[in-house]
Design a protein around this ligand. Structure first.
Ligand code: CU
Length: 132
């Protein structure tokens, strides 16, 4: 066929295999990423305003989340979330954090971070008001 030595032929076959494998891996990664698109926020609670008797802040996403946390800051710049929060054991699409007791009336801000099913980190925040 040609004057290439057996070693040269083998090297060429190996290179072709490696190129094919690489393109398959890249295509697979791309397909997995596009099949599980970014998870979006579907619902936050509380939304707008609520009473100071609420016990939790939660964020429900459009899809599964792996992990996350929520930090709630209220009147006087004080932190009112108790702990970092995490995924709701009853809903894999939801992040939840308990609130400290004796919430004051006023303006609150919840900042969250979440890792979606596709591994992407996302973050956001929302505000709400509490009244007696
Ligand atoms: Cu994503």
């Amino acid at each position: 066929m040609s004057t290439a030595t057996p070693n040269q032929k083998r090297a060429a076959v190996l290179a072709a295999c490696a190129a094919l494998l690489l393109s398959l891996v890249l295509a697979g990664t791309w397909m997995a990423a596009s099949a599980q698109a970014h998870t979006e926020v579907a619902k936050v609670k509380p939304s707008g305003s609520a009473k100071t008797s609420i016990r939790t802040v939660s964020i429900t996403f459009t899809g599964l989340i792996r992990s996350g946390s929520i930090r709630v800051v209220g009147p006087g710049g004080k932190v009112y979330s108790a702990g970092r929060g995490g995924r709701d054991p009853r809903n894999v699409n939801r992040l939840v954090v308990p609130l400290k007791r004796s919430l004051k009336a006023g303006t609150y801000k919840a900042k969250w971070k979440a890792v979606a099913a596709d591994g992407h980190e996302q973050s956001g925040s929302f505000g709400f008001r509490l009244r007696r």
